[in-house]
Design a protein around this ligand. Structure first.
Ligand code: UDP
Length: 370
């Protein structure tokens, strides 16, 4: 059986890496990897950490990249690869433009499309934009659906996907996290030394990330205003913000948060260093999907800067609080977790709803039994 695993951004790479490495070790399959390069630097950081050399690289990232040219170029760039390799199965992950376009290309080529992290839904096509559309289209095109939770399976069943084609696996992000943990513990490299130079780790650390398109513009301005207020009100707290390379994020963040003593703006960190830093943090404020799945496994409360979520499991489990991009809400919930140690302890002791680190094993067993 021939597998083609396609991804293009940092989160897809992190969540597909354990599947790639498991498939490559399994001689029942011929497995090849294709990256679209939707992200370049951040994708390459992950490939290098997980020791993955792609067989094909579309290198599509361009200045002023937009959804129109990216979608078109992923589909047309994959045509010769699919025609040459003729995979039986094409694997895509999650909800990016790469995911959606690659699933369409795989469908055109007559391969069975396998969707990893299937069935997440807000059921509001416009939020998050364009991710909800990407995941719904991929869900229509895919034959096999690897749902991380029962809730995501339910979403797929309500869209008339047949149950035999769905497998509840847990999220592969936990596989990645557990696989990396021993290497994370032994970390000693320049990035950490640099962080140690600027950050006082005897203080409580708030870790921040953000990149969602729906927050570009006023959303990021609000986020920065709130972070500045938190930093000023709490000089005994250090805020570390690895800033996403998207210019819509970089610009407002650098302009509004560039000169504050206890806010440290740093470049995107390599995955193990980011995991190391999550472990060192007191609290995480983010609009990221992956981070809200990882953090509960590490016992870290998360404030999510979004109004809707396709990950209600974490909100229901109490490990995540939605704060949107409302300045007062971000400040109030952060202050509460800084000041109310009982609430903090409760939140950090809750159970992670996203799996046990054996998602990839389940996916491979399912495919090999077909
Ligand atoms: N991450 C990383 N370095 C950073 C920030 C995040 O390696 O500086 C990792 C994080 O651990 C998570 C993933 O990147 O696994 C999340 O990516 P992102 O927030 O870009 O995308 P999303 O999860 O929202 O799709």
């Amino acid at each position: 059986k021939k597998n083609l695993i396609i991804f293009g951004t940092r989160p897809e790479a992190i969540k597909m890496a354990p599947l790639v490495n498991k498939f490559l070790k399994d001689n029942r399959f011929e497995t090849k990897v294709c990256v679209t390069g939707q992200h370049r630097e951040m994708l390459d950081q992950v490939l290098s950490f997980f020791d993955i050399t792609p067989d094909y690289d579309l290198s599509l990232m361009k200045p002023n990249q937009n959804l129109y040219n990216l979608t078109g170029e992923v589909i047309s760039g994959l045509k010769p690869i699919l025609e040459d390799f003729k995979p039986d199965f094409v694997y895509v992950h999650g909800d990016t433009t790469t995911t959606m376009a690659a699933s369409i290309a795989g469908f055109y080529a007559g391969a069975k499309v396998c969707h990893v992290e299937a069935g997440l839904r807000t059921n509001n096509m416009l939020s998050p934009f364009p991710e909800e559309m990407n995941r719904q289209v991929t869900g229509r095109v895919a034959t096999y659906h690897f749902a991380p939770t029962l809730k995501s399976q339910e979403n797929l069943l309500s869209e008339n996907i047949v149950k035999e084609n769905i497998l509840v696996t847990g999220n592969t992000v936990i596989d990645a996290l557990l696989e990396s943990s021993s290497r994370v513990e032994n970390i000693k490299n320049e990035d950490v030394i640099e962080l140690n130079d600027v950050v006082d780790f005897t203080k409580r650390v708030i870790l921040v990330t953000g990149h969602r398109r729906e927050n570009h513009g006023q959303g990021f301005i609000n986020i920065c205003v709130a972070l500045k207020a938190i930093a000023v009100q709490n000089p005994d707290v250090e805020i570390i913000y690895p800033v996403h390379l998207n210019p819509n994020v970089l610009k407002p963040v650098n302009e509004l948060l560039g000169n504050i003593n206890n806010i440290h703006l740093v470049k995107p960190l390599s995955y193990p260093i980011f995991v190391w830093l999550m472990n060192k943090s007191y609290l995480i404020i983010t609009d990221s999907g992956g981070v809200q799945e990882e953090a509960p496994s590490l016992g870290k409360p998360v404030l999510v800067m979004r109004d809707t979520t396709e990950r209600p499991e974490a909100v229901d489990a109490g490990t995540v609080i939605l704060v949107g991009t409302d300045i007062q809400k971000i400040i109030k919930e952060t202050q509460e977790l800084l000041d109310n140690s009982e609430r903090y302890s409760l939140m950090s002791s809750l159970h992670n709803p996203y799996g046990d680190g054996r998602a990839c094993e389940r996916i491979i067993k399912f495919i090999s039994n077909l």
